[in-house]
Design a protein. Sequence first.
Length: 327
Amino acid sequence: MSCPHVLVLTCDGDVHADRVRELLVRRGVRTTVFDNGDYPARAHVELAYDGRGRTRRLLHTGSDTLDLDSVTTMWWRRPRPPAAHPAVTDPAVAAYTAQEATAVLSGLWESLPCRPVPGRESALTRARHKPSQLTLAAELGFEIPETLITSRADALWDFHNRHDGHIITKAIGQPWVEDLAGGHSVLRKCEFVSGRDLAYAEGLRFCPVIAQPYVRKRMELRVTVVGRRTFTAEIHSQVSNRASVDWRSYDLGATPHAVHPLPDEIADRCVALTERLGLVYGAIDLILTPDGRYVFLEINPNGQWLWIEDLTGLPISQALCDLLAQP
């Protein structure tokens, strides 16, 4: 049996990947880290195909040459996108060369004959789509909030009135906007819709929004699926004013976390959802209502977990190590 070889695609400063790599190294598992952002300026990829379909896939990083066919597991964490070589100064040419480099790596990682974790890049892209998440979750038997995705002001006004003004909005895709005027960035969190928001609702014609009625919470749950295992943490966000609407406001000192005994039926749905999305890992957000209902919000196909592990002791990194180290 061949020794496992894990290729970790991520950038510098990824403490989540660092923790799992330490566990892999202790097991004697060979690991290689590569950042897509180093290509083509600081790394070189050589792909060759002969007339009989035989393939040679080599990655040259400057200090090492890696035969990519030796990789048993590819872990897509948080790599940067490929970037043009600094010597390419024309913006149009730089954009073109970056697109070409992206095409090479996307095709390479999609076709590499190894186990992908959490999944292929194409599966990760599809899994991030909130409309398909909600559709699939409902098919699997999850309760989901009534949801409106619209770019029409009158549709939002009607939705707001139908729910007595208790609605929230959140980002459909990317939750942040970077490099605004003055170098500012904005993180788009879950927010109540105010009267001021409604007064400016005509602005929706420029950008669609997702709206849902506010679901009352006993607590929020983060279910981390690793393979067919689930690790569920209670997030008592209602204890903190800052985190009560969106726990990503991170008031950790005032927000208790604990291990949650997730019912088998809900755990099975979480695993099924992850598998149906073509993934072997997923971070699922649920609400446990005051009357005991589990309500699905969304799944992050590559969500973070270290703060959950540190606050609850749930062995998520160890489970990831087990998954990655499979030969």
